[in-house]
Design a protein around this ligand. Structure first.
Ligand code: XMP
Length: 511
């Protein structure tokens, strides 16, 4: 079954992915492409959205795509920079704003377009974020709405299905933003809202069957949401021809290897658990640099995985749980390459190294969509709601070099913290939590004895994508009980601190 598709042209706005998520929440499929790489198969898209941008249309290097295959030929919604772009290059005028135009504003209709504004009331709150403003509309522009500070807040082009808005319908603070997107996509552009988790599962399974036929596929399970959902989809398509490998690198949470392995077996997966803890610990011995740790873990993972894959006869494919944010080609706001803060993709070398064909059943989905697809296939809610956990595991939460004893201490501390969050019904209110073992000893006193033992830091953050994060204001009573439990139960720890730093500047992991 073919679904109607929307093309989102990205001019580098921080909100572009939000536009895509709102469109998909309407059960409409969409893709993001850079403004200067318009797909040649443009006829496959039934509507186009232009995103915002940190750039100015007045700059010498203004982003200036050729829209000749789109303008007046397809329904077009231009947001923020997009709206200014249409004005500036089509007979209108854009100038710097005199007043600050950030944050809350309220719409006043000048011409209440029946379809575009259906269900939206006079005074509806919208969210602005721009420093230029449209002074004069483009040729054939018709003003639809203003706000107190922005005269040309919404306009259309006479004789075209082209609409432009200065505000951001994709952010939650634009109260009727989703209604407006729906009006444009469904009522004006006529798209069907039939892209649902169930239809995704049905079609992906059919596609995987056709693509993989009787071939054998190997997949590395991590215990995380993405690899699990990918495995269940593939299992539906090819059953026992899917060979899952779950590697214990010795740096997982306490008891996680055995409990997650059991869970996988319970789901009917053809899974092999490989305990390679000793191999990883050996490779990590004496390394205290975070990037070197990541590299060592990545290298050993490839070796272990490759050894195991070779035991499977005639395997042709490597399946990966890659998701959409990993493959979106993004437009850099600065025009330059972004600096590598941490090399997160620690198993990035796998496909090339193994010379297998790659299958990525989730590469069109955002994280929240992966969860919804998982739920629609009946995967346990607790598994789908698990906090993110880094590939190098506790290795990047033990500052300095790694020993089996340090791993044991941190696993015990982490388990008390995480179990406590669950008991206190706080787990789902936190995006990610964990404990760090610090490379400092401090003096304590226990039963009249002087101690000189380890200090651990607890970190719990709220976030949506891990790019920015803030610390969670956990109840004092919870912190008090957790600290007490840790100090009393975990031998070798006499001090607990709570990390109250936001990201930026402090990253979520301490290494
Ligand atoms: P930072 O520490 O950069 O983390 O604020 C953001 C998110 O990424 C995770 N993270 C990693 N994940 N390999 C991974 O698979 C890594 O090397 C790695 N480093 C950080 C981190 O847990 C958080 O969710």
């Amino acid at each position: 079954m073919q679904h109607d598709k929307v093309l989102i042209l990205d001019f580098g706005s921080q909100y572009t992915q939000l536009i895509a998520r709102r469109v998909r929440e309407l059960n409409i499929y969409c893709e993001i492409h850079p403004y200067n790489k318009i797909p040649t198969s443009i006829e496959a898209y039934k509507a186009v959205v232009l995103s915002g941008s940190p750039q100015s249309v007045r700059g010498d290097d203004a982003l200036h795509p050729d829209l000749s295959e789109i303008r007046a030929k397809k329904p077009l919604l231009a947001v923020c920079y997009g709206a200014q772009y249409l004005a500036h290059f089509s007979g209108g005028n854009v100038a710097p704003s005199n007043t600050r135009e950030y944050g809350r504003a309220n719409l006043s209709f000048i011409q209440k377009e029946e379809l575009f504004f259906d269900g939206i009331s006079e005074g509806s709150q919208v969210w602005m974020s721009h420093s230029d403003t449209i002074k004069t509309l483009p040729t054939n522009g018709v003003l639809l709405a203003s706000t107190h500070d922005v005269e040309n807040a919404a306009y259309k082009i006479e004789g075209e299905q082209t609409y432009a808005i200065q505000f951001h319908p994709e952010v939650y603070h634009s109260k009727d933003g989703k209604t407006l997107l729906k009006n444009f996509l469904v009522k004006i552009a006529g798209l069907q809202q039939d892209w649902t988790p169930d239809s995704f599962v049905e079609e992906t399974v059919a596609d995987l069957k056709a693509q993989l036929k009787n071939d054998k596929v190997v997949l590395g399970l991590s215990g995380g949401v993405d690899s699990t959902v990918a495995a269940i989809l593939l299992n539906k398509a090819i059953g026992k021809n899917l060979y899952c490998i779950f590697v214990n690198n010795g740096l997982l949470r306490k008891n996680e290897f055995s409990s997650v392995l059991k869970q996988y077996e319970g789901m009917g997966l053809n899974v092999k658990g490989v305990d390679a803890s000793a191999r990883f610990l050996d490779a990590l011995a004496g390394i205290d640099d975070p990037e070197q740790k990541r590299k060592a873990i990545g290298r050993v993972f490839i070796e272990v995985f490759d050894d195991e894959a070779h035991l499977i006869k005639d395997v042709k494919w490597l399946a990966q749980g890659t998701i959409y944010p990993d493959v979106i080609e993004s437009v850099s706001a600065t025009g330059g390459p972004s600096a590598t803060i941490k090399s997160h993709h620690n198993v990035g070398g796998l496909p090339d190294f193994m010379k297998l064909k790659v299958v990525e059943p989730l590469k069109a989905l955002f994280k929240d969509e992966v969860r919804r697809v998982g739920a629609s296939m009946g995967i346990d809610a607790q598994l789908l709601g698990r906090h993110p956990f880094p590939g190098p595991g506790l290795a990047i939460r033990i500052l300095g070099d790694i020993t089996a004893e340090k791993v044991r201490i941190l696993q015990d501390v982490d388990a008390i913290f995480i179990d406590g969050l669950r008991e206190w019904d706080l787990y789902d209110k936190v995006w990610q939590a964990g404990a760090m073992l610090l490379p400092v000893n401090s003096v304590g006193v226990m039963g009249d004895e002087r101690t000189y033992e380890k200090c651990v830091a607890l970190r719990a953050v709220e976030s949506t994508d891990g790019m920015t994060a803030d610390w969670v204001n956990l109840p004092y009573e919870f912190l008090q009980k957790t600290s007490n439990d840790i100090i009393n139960k975990v031998k070798g720890v006499n001090r607990v601190v709570y990390d109250i730093s936001s990201k930026p500047p402090a990253t979520i992991e301490w290494e």
